[in-house]
Design a protein around this ligand. Structure first.
Ligand code: OAD
Length: 264
């Protein structure tokens, strides 16, 4: 295995008391979930987000938008967490076992972090598996096959939409508040698998740094924050995170067993 993790990043994680990890689509890429901005294969390279990921788009063509999101929902329901997801679950277990804290702030909507065993997860952009009624607000996680009609209808007759944050929509208050609480307390901040261009997540590093945290980026290409972080590690999160966590917590077989139970 190529050694990709600098020893001082391992040392920083060993010492950390409260870690915050911000994740983006790159963390799920090795599970087969398409990213958004990767050249050619990213979703926004093939589809126009303004025609799909906005309230206006849904209002204009609820059938087309709900079909597109439902196809992504069905795809997400079929994929599995990758070693990067499990490594973050092990990081959380190991930190908690030694009296520390861990907060996972994810822009991803696929719930693979939860499937891998992560518990303190803030879904900044909601979840594509949850669909909510625009009339009565009823929300339900949908892991089955295709809906029988588009847009899907609620029992109350209202149209249902994916419970994700669209462009032009505000993030949920409680998600922002939870992120803020974690960012002002953390002493080690990771930005993993995100192009760091979408707000407010792209500014989280400044909040963490402003409160004295050390900062690490793990991404397969450089981003606007690569020159700001204390350590920028270029590579695949599914390879780097397991190496980092193994080196930082190897003396902690209990957390290894705990996170492995999720991989069975
Ligand atoms: P992007 O597609 O913008 O960025 C994903 C980043 O992950 C890119 O910089 C890739 O180079 C990197 N990457 C790809 N594979 C990787 C791997 N195996 N390991 C590590 N890094 C890898 O996705 P996000 O930054 O998550 O919002 O995008 C943020 C938001 O913009 C999304 O939540 C979505 C999108 O529009 C909404 O839909 C509201």
């Amino acid at each position: 295995m190529l050694e990709q993790v600098p020893d001082d990043v391992v040392g920083a994680l060993k010492k950390a008391k409260h870690v915050v990890a911000l994740t983006g689509a790159g963390v799920s890429a090795e599970s087969g979930v398409p990213t958004f901005r990767d050249a050619m294969k990213g979703l926004w390279a093939k589809y126009n987000p303004m025609k799909l990921a906005t309230p206006e788009a849904f209002e204009r063509d609820p059938e087309m938008v709900s079909r597109w999101y439902d196809q992504r929902r069905q795809d997400c329901a079929l994929v599995k967490p990758n070693p990067g997801h499990y490594a973050l679950a092990r990081m959380e277990n190991s930190l908690l076992e030694r009296g520390g804290a861990f907060s996972l702030l994810t822009q991803n909507v696929d719930r693979l972090h939860q499937q891998a065993g992560s518990r303190n997860v803030v879904e900044l952009h909601g979840s594509i598996l949850e669909w909510r009624c625009m009339k009565c607000g009823m929300k339900r996680e949908e892991r089955g096959g295709a809906f029988k009609e588009y847009p899907p209808r609620c029992e109350c007759g209202g149209m249902r939409r994916p419970d994700v944050v669209w462009f032009g929509e505000q993030l949920l208050e409680e998600a922002i508040a939870a992120a803020e609480r974690a960012l002002v307390r953390c002493d080690l901040f990771f930005s993993i698998g995100t192009s760091a261009v979408v707000q407010p997540s792209a500014s989280f590093i400044h909040v963490a740094r402003g409160h004295g945290a050390k900062t690490v980026e793990i991404n397969s290409e450089s981003t606007p924050i690569s020159g700001i972080v204390d350590w920028s590690i270029v590579g695949k999160s599914g390879e780097i995170l397991p190496e980092l966590v193994e080196k930082a917590f190897k003396a902690n077989p209990k957390s290894q067993q705990e996170s492995e139970q999720y991989s069975r």
